[in-house]
Design a protein around this ligand. Structure first.
Ligand SMILES: [Mn+2]
Length: 474
């Protein structure tokens, strides 16, 4: 209890820091340090667009302010603008040749820039072959000393799922053959779904909507403990961002994919902005798959992620998506059905907005605090709902102290299911029950199970994806 209160303070501290630096800047707008410090608070709360703007401002005021270069590099790194980041890291390293941390980041960034250049050089115009075609799963052998779960006659069963969840709980690795079987099968299932999935709940039926889970496997198990295992009569919708950040992204995603195979019509998954190559490279999932399996398996994950649907409509009244609404008015459900989603999301347009946008309290639209897509106001939500004859939207994508938040006069709901996000935010998690009878959202909150010990033990083994975040964020 005292621990969680203390961590709650950390979350509040960033928000307060932003508030107080903003007040200080109103009194003195020529102080580079204020901008630089607020930039750090924005980085910690994932507002990379604002963080970049503040770091840039700090450097406009004082071009010799080294920390400003550091902050700007970190912001650009988080936004995937590696070349711009490299230039600033160069400056830092030149001025402070003995700063080990700066040198490490410079080298890391340099590596990525070179790797990207290499990838561009070898990319050909040919249609990229699927990893599936180069796999011979049938002939992969399971060694005699493996005593973990196996699919039954190549099929995921409830027994298999229970065994796999226990196996993961003990931090054991699923045999690669089984992982490949799940991936190949789930790719097939997902690729047959439309970009906008439409379902109907009967009067007596209920669905549970969960937000971001971000590799927090023990918290996912806790959701199932509190709310029951998925089944044909206990349907779930997981609203994206299953991987990155947490140390157990593989365990989370294989569990979710397993349930998708077991209950394809009653277990739903939508794509988040973290089910993408750029995010996975920066926030841990690619590294985790390479550490626990192989680069080839990550390639297959990437292919599968591209087939995750982008939005789901319940009883023609409630629309669910990971990020939010659009940079322009007039987008219809028909437009969403027509999105060709089998790709990495573009920098703009409806597919990008669905994965990236955030609501804002004031009317209209504004520049995104994240530096991608936009922020949309209550009037935007109102017009969209009116035009598409919907009641409200449910989205995720932002950590909330209470695990959920109701905004835009009840027409825009945020749900987030990764409690004590990144082992430090002190937030609650939540999920929503929706019943066919009235479609009213019913909120359920929960707190984090102990994950710090698990993450730390992995951190020491050098396996944790959390290793990545502090590098970019500090
Ligand atoms: Mn997100």
């Amino acid at each position: 209890m005292s621990q969680s209160r203390c961590m709650g303070k950390v979350y509040k501290d960033y928000e307060n820091a932003i508030k107080y630096y903003s007040e200080a800047l109103e009194l003195n707008s020529s102080n580079a340090i204020y901008y630089s410090n607020r930039s750090l608070a924005y980085l910690r709360t994932e507002c990379y667009g604002y963080a970049l703007a503040d770091a840039t401002k700090a450097l406009e005021i004082d071009k010799n302010y080294i920390k400003g270069y550091y902050r700007r590099a970190t912001s650009n790194m988080a936004l995937g603008k590696f070349k711009a980041a490299l230039k600033d890291y160069e400056t830092v390293v030149r001025v402070r040749p003995n700063d080990k941390d700066a040198r490490m980041k410079y080298q890391e960034c340099n590596k990525i820039v070179k790797q990207k250049a290499f990838e561009r050089a070898i990319a050909s115009d040919e249609i990229k072959k699927s990893v599936v075609d180069s796999l011979d799963i049938e002939n992969m052998t399971i060694e005699d000393d493996y005593d973990g779960p196996k699919l039954e006659d190549g099929k995921v069963t409830l027994t298999f799922m229970k065994e796999m969840m226990d196996w993961f709980k003990d931090q054991k690795k699923l045999h690669r053959k089984c992982a490949y079987q799940i991936l190949v099968q789930v790719k097939d299932v997902l690729s047959k779904l439309p970009s906008l999935v439409e379902i109907t709940l009967k009067e007596a039926e209920k669905i549970t909507i969960c937000g971001d889970t971000h590799g927090q496997y023990y918290d996912l198990l806790n959701i199932f403990k509190l709310n029951g295992l998925p089944s044909e009569t206990n349907p779930y919708l997981f609203n994206g961002d299953f991987v990155d950040r947490g140390s157990f992204s593989l365990e989370v995603i294989l569990t979710l994919f397993g349930f998708k195979l077991l209950y394809p019509d009653n277990f739903h998954l939508l794509r988040g902005n973290h089910e993408t190559d750029n995010m996975n490279q920066m926030y841990g999932f690619e590294g985790e798959v390479k550490a626990k399996y192989t680069a080839q398996m990550f390639q297959l994950f990437s292919e599968v992620f591209q087939w995750l649907p982008l939005a789901q409509c319940i009883n023609s009244k409630v629309l669910v998506m990971h990020g939010g609404l659009f940079s322009e008015d007039g987008v219809t459900l028909e437009d969403l059905r027509k999105i060709e989603r089998n790709r990495q999301p573009p920098d703009s347009g409806p597919m990008c907005d669905l994965l990236w946008s955030d609501p804002q309290p004031q009317n209209g639209r504004s520049v995104s605090k994240r530096g991608v897509s936009c922020q949309f106001g209550p009037d935007v939500t109102e017009r969209f709902l009116d035009q598409n004859k919907l009641d409200y939207i449910v989205r995720s994508h932002e950590v909330k102290a209470e695990g959920y938040e109701v905004t835009h006069s009840g027409k825009c709901i945020t749900v987030f299911s990764a409690p004590n996000y990144c082992d430090q935010m002190g937030n609650k998690g939540a999920y929503i029950h929706l019943r066919g009878s009235d479609l009213k959202p019913e909120f359920h909150q929960f707190t984090a199970v102990v994950s710090i010990l698990y993450s730390k033990s992995l951190y020491l083994l050098g396996l944790s994806s959390c290793v990545v975040s502090p590098i970019w964020l500090w």
